[in-house]
Design a protein around this ligand. Structure first.
Ligand code: 13P
Ligand code: SF4
Length: 327
């Protein structure tokens, strides 16, 4: 599916030892030389968000990928995001700085098992969350993201239960919001399953005026506490528009970088997780595999490049195009 040239040039090794500013300058030079753009998700390290040409949620990234004319598109995100970009715009060279940057949701849904699940419910429409592989998208009638999922489920005209995969938490949230009967795949995001309700309530006691906002990949008992539930972009917009000055934010902590830029005067508190870590917040190990050095190396060597079997790509594109038309 993907090809990877692990060779590292001497220039790369030399630059990796240089200060951050030099790496950033080198990345910007390479972007100009090669007519390349960097597209980053809100969960990326702040330095990567700042060097990117766009920062957005999964839907904004898909829309940007569809429209870009750049020769090279570097996806500072995870594998399913880079695959989505290639599916939508196959004439671009799509690069992902680290091919190991996967996703626990995508991993939970192997193509052979999903095929058997669909075959067991032949009349059911198939809706998949964008956090899945190209093969899973190719088996779907339509794809959705967290920002358009309610709209897409509501747009489906069928008396049959709808297959929804791979996120069970988003699926339960959608059943509640739409009143539709969904047949759920049992996948989950390791980041959003990790919030501690006791620690969140402790934090809320310290900041009683804070509003609690959450991503719908979180578990139902966490979502029950939320004043607002939405995609990463939706959460940023909510914090901008709401009159409150303090927010407890239940999603990957990388979002706080753009959010704080939008509301510099407001207090943003990452929702705490079970494990003790330096920031007591939730970080995606896959998203955080990307580094400035890997971005530089990827732009310089033009690898790892994403390639997708054409038959799979065409079917997956149909499901993604239907989503984009409805968004
Ligand atoms: P959105 O940015 O589309 O809300 O998705 C969140 C996420 O978990 C991406 O991996
Ligand atoms: Fe996947 Fe969760 Fe990481 Fe997003 S945050 S890439 S859903 S594991």
């Amino acid at each position: 599916m993907t090809k990877h040239n692990p060779s590292v040039s001497s220039a790369t090794l030399q630059l990796a030892e240089n200060p951050k500013a030099e790496v950033i300058e080198a990345i910007n030079d390479l972007k100009k030389q090669k007519n390349a753009l960097i597209m980053a998700h809100y969960y990326q390290h702040p330095d990567i968000q700042d060097v990117a040409d766009m920062v957005g949620d999964s839907l904004q990234m898909a829309q940007f990928a569809t429209q870009t004319q750049a020769d090279i598109l570097v996806v500072a995100g995870v594998c399913f995001m880079a695959e989505t970009a290639k599916i939508l715009n196959p004439l671009r060279k799509v690069l992902l700085p680290d091919l190991q940057a996967g996703c626990s949701l995508a991993d939970s849904c192997p193509a052979d098992q999903f095929k058997a699940f669909i075959e067991a419910h032949p009349q059911s429409p198939v809706v998949t969350y964008i956090n899945c592989s190209a093969e899973i998208k190719a088996m779907s009638d339509i794809v959705c993201t967290s920002s358009n999922a309610v709209k897409i489920i509501n747009a489906i005209h069928s008396n049959e239960p709808i297959i929804f995969a791979p996120d069970v938490n988003l699926g339960k949230y959608l059943m509640k919001q739409t009143g539709r009967h969904l047949l759920l795949w049992n996948g989950s995001c390791l980041v959003h399953e990790n919030f501690s309700i006791d620690k969140i309530l402790d934090l809320h006691r310290k900041y009683p005026e804070a509003r609690f906002i959450a991503h719908p990949e979180s578990q139902p008992h966490i979502l029950r506490l939320a004043t607002y539930i939405g995609s990463t972009k939706g959460m940023i917009d909510f914090v901008k528009q709401h009159h409150a000055n303090e927010f407890i934010v239940a999603t990957e902590a990388g979002i706080l970088h753009q959010m704080q830029k939008e509301v510099p005067h407001k207090t943003l508190l990452p929702a705490p997780v079970f494990e003790e870590n330096a920031c007591a917040c939730s970080e995606c190990p896959y998203m955080k595999m990307n580094t400035l050095e890997k971005l530089f190396q990827c732009l310089q060597c033009e690898t790892p490049e994403i390639t997708i079997n054409e038959a799979v790509r065409i079917k997956a594109k149909r499901a993604l195009d239907r989503m984009l038309e409805l968004s």
